[in-house]
Design a protein around this ligand. Structure first.
Ligand SMILES: N=c1c2ncn([C@@H]3O[C@H](COP(=O)(O)OP(=O)(O)OP(=O)(O)O)[C@@H](O)[C@H]3O)c2ncn1[C@@H]1O[C@H](COP(=O)(O)O)[C@@H](O)[C@H]1O
Length: 106
């Protein structure tokens, strides 16, 4: 089966560990966790701006930036995509409103 786009991207990014930072933007980010956090925050804000503007095309591009930087963060901290997929699957069928009520003991 063809790997999901995000799984394939993750494999590419993981292979960049130890690459030359002058040749790989991913390797440059992996050398500095603070930089990953900063870029992910910036890209999230840029996506939020396009949501407010209502520009779906730009949101597509900003979403790709957010996902790329999030996956770099997973590589940096040793998180595997399957862990996130499982966390999402564990929430399947449970409404966010119901989940929030159970956390607040309502
Ligand atoms: N999907 C991406 C991707 N999305 C965004 N970016 C980079 O993320 C950066 C986004 O930051 P900005 O737009 O703020 O650009 P900037 O101001 O130049 O960035 P900074 O100087 O602040 O670091 C740009 O340099 C983009 O090129 C990406 N870089 C790489 N990938 C993927 O990762 C693979 C490996 O990339 P390398 O590690 O560079 O070989 C590539 O083949 C792609 O598939």
């Amino acid at each position: 089966m063809k790997p999901h786009t995000l799984d394939a991207l993750f494999a590419t990014l993981e292979a960049r560990k130890g690459a030359d930072p002058s040749e790989s933007y991913t390797a440059k980010l992996l050398a500095d966790r603070n930089k990953i956090a900063k870029k992910l925050g910036e890209e999230g804000v840029e996506a939020a701006i396009e949501i407010v503007r209502g520009d779906a095309d730009k949101l597509v591009s900003e979403s790709a930036d957010v996902l790329y930087h999030l996956l770099v963060a997973w590589v940096a901290l040793g998180v595997k995509p399957d862990q996130v997929w499982q966390a999402l699957e564990g929430r399947t069928g449970r409404s966010g409103i119901e989940e929030k009520k159970s956390r607040k003991g309502e």
